[in-house]
Design a protein around this ligand. Structure first.
Ligand SMILES: [Zn+2]
Length: 303
């Protein structure tokens, strides 16, 4: 059977919170089968919130989860790394309300999980298999999940900036033959410097800088080392989608397609999917009948 996964031992990292601008300490701990992904606020008496769609409460600048009075922000890049590495069970301890932004990509989180080591557990891994297409729209933007024997993302963005246009606004990536770790994990978030100044004046995004984002001026980028991938912008959107979908609580077997999507539309898509019970099913697989080499390279290479 394809087994559930956790990490072998605890690991720690330290970084800056994008909202507060303050240092955040994060510790990842192994968890037993069927535990799921849980955030634990050590600065709030160890209160917990599960990394599930029902707890999503804010999607403006990043994805936040809230259960009662416990809130955790900026979970999407960490969730993206967990999804790509197939981590089902883990505890994320934080001493602040946000996950550190690190370099604005998921690559430091991938590195951290790999440093801890991945352990297969004696329990079948659940997958969410898309059975019927589900589509949501908002203005001219849309997102869709449809049946597919594997995991594939095909998107187009429409960002009116010379550097983004040059680098390409369209991508289709099938994770059965393309590696998330190599092709996606290093893609950083991006934004306009002029928006950042407005946000900072309103006491938001205090930790944001060209150290954790691609910083756009009106017609150029400020980062001295340039882009990490020729099409880094659209690749970061893929990274976000992988993280947003993982709030379903399991890896998806299906094809995600979208135009001008964001955290808000992705959340609407998975909420709509969850409500339509005949559009999906939870399934487990034996190795020999698994959907074509799902995340094959990454899952095998990291064990
Ligand atoms: Zn992002």
């Amino acid at each position: 059977m394809i087994k559930q996964r956790t990490i072998k031992k605890s690991v720690q990292a330290r970084g800056v919170g994008i909202h507060s601008g303050k240092t955040v300490n994060m510790k990842l701990l192994p968890a037993e089968p069927n535990h799921g992904i849980v955030f634990r606020r050590m600065d709030a008496g160890g209160k917990e919130v599960k990394a599930l769609n029902v707890f999503v409460n804010e999607l403006v600048l990043s994805t936040s989860l809230q259960d009662g009075d416990v809130k955790v922000s900026t979970v999407e890049h960490l969730m993206s790394a967990f999804s790509a590495l197939g981590i089902d069970n883990i505890v994320v301890e934080l001493d602040s309300f946000e996950v550190p932004i690190m370099d604005g990509s998921s690559s430091p989180f991938v590195f951290l999980v790999q440093a801890a080591g991945i352990e297969e557990q004696d329990a079948s891994k659940n997958f969410i298999v898309i059975k019927k297409p589900i589509k949501v729209k908002r203005g001219d933007s849309w997102a869709e999940l449809s049946p597919y024997n594997g995991f594939k993302i095909s998107i187009e963005i429409d960002f009116d900036h010379e550097k983004v246009k040059e680098s390409g606004q369209k991508i289709s990536i099938d994770f059965s033959n393309q590696s998330y770790l190599k092709e996606i994990s290093r893609a950083r978030t991006f934004g306009y410097m002029r928006d950042l100044e407005t946000l900072k004046a309103a006491n938001k995004a205090l930790g944001a800088s060209p150290d954790n984002a691609i910083a756009l001026t009106d017609d150029d980028i400020l980062n001295e080392d340039g882009l990490r991938y020729s099409n880094e912008f659209v690749k970061h959107k893929v990274l976000d989608i992988v993280g947003d979908l993982y709030l379903l609580g399991a890896n998806v077997i299906g094809h995600y397609q979208g135009f001008k999507t964001g955290h808000f539309l992705n959340n609407e898509l998975i909420t709509t999917l969850q409500a339509k019970k005949d559009a999906w099913a939870i399934e487990t697989f034996e190795e020999e009948n698994a959907p074509v080499s799902f995340y094959s390279e990454d899952w095998h290479n990291t064990l």
